[in-house]
Design a protein. Structure first.
Length: 403
């Protein structure tokens, strides 16, 4: 095509590949028949497939049988979905819900919930800085920086012990300037798999009760730690302490609804009038982002969350996913020993959720990628949920050859 005017886009530079999605693109292009993608953050079953849960299929059938319009949803999403998200997060008999001190809006996945929260906070706390754990999910920094925030870190992971630097974390949080925003992983820390204990969360909640800080809890993996109710302990501790905060949650993993983009942002407030004002401003943020959410995924999730039979079925399927990941953790540790690896990887069994900071050095990670078709993020983070009985032997044999 010829034109008399130069393209206005001619000087736009090529963006660097996303550290995880770019890895998947390289994996797809790889011709190695034994290739394994341990980088992408999706749950896979024992056959290496992202499952369509039986409870989701049943909920879809029920919803499609009664759906009678394709009109827009309200700006804040499916009302029945929002109500049951609050129950899922805070408990069946939560006084926060009963007293109207929670407001929830449906979002485009967990990332969308974080984006809504970031834009909302930037509008009302423009001078605040955001603090994320060291390390944190790669998109946390990018997302909050894109919203206009300066992003700093607080201590978290101890590479030497493969555990938590809790004393340093607590001390670091105490030095954060008043009015700052602190992003916390409610459970199944991504990328390390290292979580706080119940007593450590108690100390964090105590700190936020006295410090003038804004807590933003990322809760993308409810049900992948110890169980749906158990994993909500940190969120419920903040609620019980009466601490206003933000909570982003997702159903991508727990309902295997990745492409449907189903998540929610919940804010805990000090009272019903505050709740009304907050909701009005959240709607303004959503209106200028995407106007209103998609229907299908939210309706499917709402159907599950509002039916006792389907809730039980979901819990059973989610338990099966969680327990399979735990088995893979144990099998990974034992298989590495079987292939002659002398390095101690037993810490992997103590981590929680889909991910593990494996401790593999960068040189080994790159050799695994180039020579064996095993794709791992440069940090050494692996998705344990991508391992199965068919590929774990090859993975462990390959690791034994590079370390």
């Amino acid at each position: 095509m010829s034109t008399s005017q130069p393209s206005p886009f001619i000087n736009i530079a090529q963006a660097p590949p996303d550290p995880i999605l770019g890895l998947t693109e390289a994996f797809i292009a790889d011709t190695n028949p034994k290739k394994v993608n341990l980088g992408v953050g999706v749950y896979q079953d024992s056959n290496g497939k992202v499952p369509l849960l039986k409870v989701v299929r049943e909920a879809e059938t029920r919803w499609l049988a009664k759906e009678d319009t394709k009109s827009y949803l309200p700006i804040d999403g499916v009302p029945a979905f929002n109500k049951q998200v609050q129950v899922l997060l805070l408990g069946e008999n939560s006084p926060v819900n009963a007293e109207g001190r929670a407001v929830t809006v449906e979002a485009l996945g967990g990332t969308g919930a974080l984006k809504i929260g970031a834009d909302f906070l930037k509008r009302f706390f423009p001078e605040a800085a955001v603090y994320i754990s060291d390390p944190s999910w790669e998109n946390h920094r990018a997302l909050f920086e894109a919203a206009g925030f300066k992003v700093e870190v607080y201590p978290y992971y101890d590479a030497a012990t493969h555990g938590l630097k809790f004393d340093e974390m607590l001390a670091g949080l105490k030095t954060i300037p008043a009015g700052s925003i602190v992003v916390l992983h409610a459970c199944c820390h991504n990328p390390t798999g290292v979580d706080l204990s119940t007593s450590q969360w108690t100390q964090i909640v105590d700190l936020f009760q006295s410090a003038n800080l804004i807590a933003f809890l990322d809760f993308a993996y409810q049900g992948f730690g110890d169980g749906v109710q158990e994993d909500a302990a940190a969120v419920r501790a903040f609620a019980a302490a009466g601490i206003p905060c933000l909570i982003a949650n997702s159903f991508s993993k727990s309902l295997s609804l990745y492409r449907e983009r189903v998540g929610a942002l919940t804010l805990l407030t000090s009272g019903t009038e505050e709740t009304k004002r907050v909701l009005s401003q959240l709607k303004r943020v959503i209106r200028t982002n995407y106007s209103s959410p998609a229907s299908h995924g939210g309706q499917v999730a709402a159907t599950v969350l509002n039916d006792a039979e389907l809730l039980t079925q979901w819990d059973e399927e989610l338990t099966e996913m969680r327990e399979r990941i735990k088995r893979m953790r144990g099998l990974l540790v034992s298989s590495l020993k079987d292939y002659g690896v002398s390095q101690d990887f037993s810490f992997i069994k103590n981590q929680r959720g889909m991910f593990s900071y494996s401790g593999l050095p960068l040189e080994a990670v790159r050799k695994l990628r180039s020579e064996y078709g095993i794709y791992i993020v440069d940090s050494g983070r692996i998705c344990v949920a991508a391992l199965n009985e068919k590929n774990i032997g090859y993975v462990c044999e390959s690791i034994a050859k590079v370390i």
